[in-house]
Design a protein around this ligand. Structure first.
Ligand code: ADP
Ligand code: MG
Length: 604
């Protein structure tokens, strides 16, 4: 008995359509791309109920003739490609002639379109495969409305995500479009309310200012331009003070096309190594210009993913770019922060694009050094009591340090209030209460010291060597890297097939739990198994510094007498990157007086 049947074309089309238009955001993307391909300079997007109810795109592009307005809904109907051999050189977004056919198969569509040379426009409606058309008065351009998505494919409709989820995806998409086409005017309405309005701009930072809150914009720094191997990277990223709990504000554009690519995302995050904590993400808008022969954009039916011919060249460049940008920003900032100018930043973004409840974080400046003497006082003090900051890079610009008040007994005085829960050091700050995390602070201090001393580490012989028992495959994994541990001052060697023996440790880290460290290192090696030799070495090296600092640092719960607190703070202020610990957590936090006063309802 024969069991194979040909599906009726309508049904086949609906099934096929589901691959291209899986969700409202895909439709938005296809429609906006069509508008861009049509040369529109103004694109309005109207969304109702997260796109489930309505997606409408109105543009001022070239419009379509009455005949084309009919044809455009046919399968493989495109004005952009006439022969397959044109594909490699294609510069438009669309070329498959699939989107409108698919959209019309699974929703109710109304199209109004007019070309400049025509008096009247054409209106077409398609519902349940029935097409009607009329002539209507219209402005030049195209207005296409997509209603009741999947009304005729219940199986798909069931799998549509919540309206809020779809709405977020649409917002992200519009942001991506706005970020890549600065010269176009984008507006977005949701349920009748205008959410975003982005008139044309000339610079990326201006565009970001239209999309993000002022607080977020303050955290944005330009990506230092990177070039190499025929690739050019430009863009903007958030600095080390800012993070989010999701990746939704990381955008990559390859030759101006928004793409998703895990390798690129990883490379970007790698640039923030030891700056952002695990599970926290920056904002990034990275534009990649690359020879089109080096990329394949057509791998994905929705053209969202890319493959690169030489991904490593690109990722290395990106990581380096992020690192350099952060470093340059930080060193510029360190010079500036000497004034400890009061910051007016709030900590939560309020812009709808992020949602009022989306957590984000901005680090306030550290408190002023308590004694911020004017020049003459400084010199008299220097003879009496050496200033603890004399060597500190942040003291280079003494001029700016003036202006804050001088306390009675200067020396190295901080107005330390005390220790809270044996974990935090509380300081009086001219703008409020400053809280230092003792572990994070000490970790930062040690991390920088370790880095400076690397290669010249004083070690201490252990009276009783420490033995670490490992499974054989872990032994095999770590053995090639014992030399690196030795460079970090840990005298370590294999002892039989399943044991390592530590005979000496760095003096400054003598209390660290080395067995844990070794096991963590094995974990990293497993994570990093695809990274080539030299990069692996660098990463391990960096992580070892951070982890040794963490393991040797005072812990939360350690009682600190005042002189220890003082000495820790002195050392922290000398640190180059004193705002964050080696793992990227903040070392200190300012609670401003006005926030305290607000709590007590002294001010409203
Ligand atoms: P593709 O974009 O791959 O060509 P689509 O199904 O998205 O396929 O669109 C089919 C055709 O309809 C396009 O090639 C274009 O000629 C026309 N078209 C679609 N949207 C617009 C628009 N907003 N303005 C002008 N023409 C459009
Ligand atoms: Mg298209």
């Amino acid at each position: 008995m024969n069991i194979i049947k040909q599906l009726p074309p309508e049904q086949a089309q609906r099934i096929a359509a589901g691959q291209v238009v899986e969700r409202p955001a895909n439709i938005v993307k296809e429609l906006i791309e069509n508008s861009i391909d049509a040369g529109a300079t103004r694109i309005e997007l109207y969304v109702e109920r997260g796109g489930h109810q309505l997606i409408r795109v109105v543009d001022n592009g070239c419009g379509m003739s009455p005949d084309d307005a009919h044809t455009c809904f046919g399968r493989h109907a495109t004005s952009k490609l006439t022969a397959i051999d044109q594909l490699p050189g294609i510069t438009t977004f669309g070329f498959r002639g699939e989107a409108l056919a698919c959209i019309a198969a699974v929703s109710k569509v109304t199209l109004i379109t007019k070309q400049a040379q025509n008096e009247l426009g054409t209106q077409i409606t398609i519902t349940d495969g029935v097409t009607t058309d009329t002539s209507v008065s219209a402005t030049t351009g195209t207005d296409i409305a997509v209603r009741d998505l999947f009304y005729n494919v219940p199986a798909r409709k069931k799998f549509l995500k919540k309206e809020t989820t779809e709405w977020r995806a649409i917002q992200q998409l519009l942001q991506a479009c706005a970020l890549s086409f600065l010269s176009k005017h984008f507006t977005l309405y949701h349920d009748g309310r205008q959410i975003t309005n982005c008139p044309p701009v000339t610079r990326l930072t201006e565009r970001m200012a239209q999309l993000y809150t002022p607080t977020i914009c303050k955290s944005i720094i330009p990506l230092t331009k990177q070039t190499g191997n025929g690739i050019q990277l430009t863009g903007a990223i958030s600095n080390h003070h800012y993070f989010r709990y999701d990746r939704s504000n990381i955008f990559f554009f390859v030759n101006n096309r928004w793409v998703k690519n895990q390798e690129l995302a990883r490379a970007l995050l790698k640039g923030y190594l030891n700056v952002l904590p695990q599970g926290r993400y920056p904002i990034g808008c990275i534009s990649i210009t690359i020879d089109p022969q080096q990329v394949d954009i057509n791998t994905h039916p929705r053209k969202e993913e890319v493959q690169f011919l030489h991904p490593r060249r690109l990722t290395t460049l990106l990581t380096a770019g992020v690192k350099t940008s952060l470093e340059q920003h930080l060193s510029a900032q360190l010079k500036r922060t000497v004034t400890f100018a009061p910051s007016t930043e709030t900590t939560l973004p309020t812009h709808p694009a992020f949602g009022p409840n989306t957590p984000s974080y901005t680090m306030p400046p550290m408190p002023p050094r308590p004694s911020t003497p004017t020049q003459p006082i400084l010199s008299s003090l220097q003879t009496a009591t050496p200033m603890p900051y004399a060597q500190s890079p942040i003291m280079e610009n003494e001029e700016q340090a003036t202006g804050t008040q001088l306390t009675a007994d200067t020396g190295n005085n901080y107005a330390i209030i005390g220790q809270l829960q044996n974990t935090y050091i509380l300081l009086e700050h001219e703008e409020g209460l400053f809280v230092v995390d003792q572990h994070a602070a000490h970790e930062r201090v040690l991390y920088e010291q370790f880095r400076k001393r690397f290669g010249n580490i004083a070690t201490i012989e252990l009276l009783f060597p420490q033995m670490i028992e490992l499974p054989q495959d872990d032994m095999a994994l770590i053995e090639p890297h014992l030399e690196l541990l030795q460079k970090h001052g840990i005298a370590i060697e294999p002892f039989g097939a399943t044991q390592l023996r530590i005979t000496a440790t760095p003096l400054h880290a003598k209390h660290a739990a080395f067995d844990q460290l070794i096991k963590e290192m094995i974990g990293w090696l497993k994570d990093f198994n695809e990274i080539p030799g030299e990069q692996l070495y660098k990463q391990l090296h960096e992580k070892l510094h951070a982890q040794m600092a963490c393991k040797s640092a005072i812990k939360a719960g350690d009682i600190l007498p005042p002189e220890k607190m003082r000495s820790l703070l002195d050392q922290l202020y000398k640190c180059e990157n004193r705002f964050i610990c080696a793992h990227g957590r903040p070392t200190g936090w300012l609670m401003r007086t006005y926030e305290i006063e607000k709590k007590f309802k002294r001010i409203v």
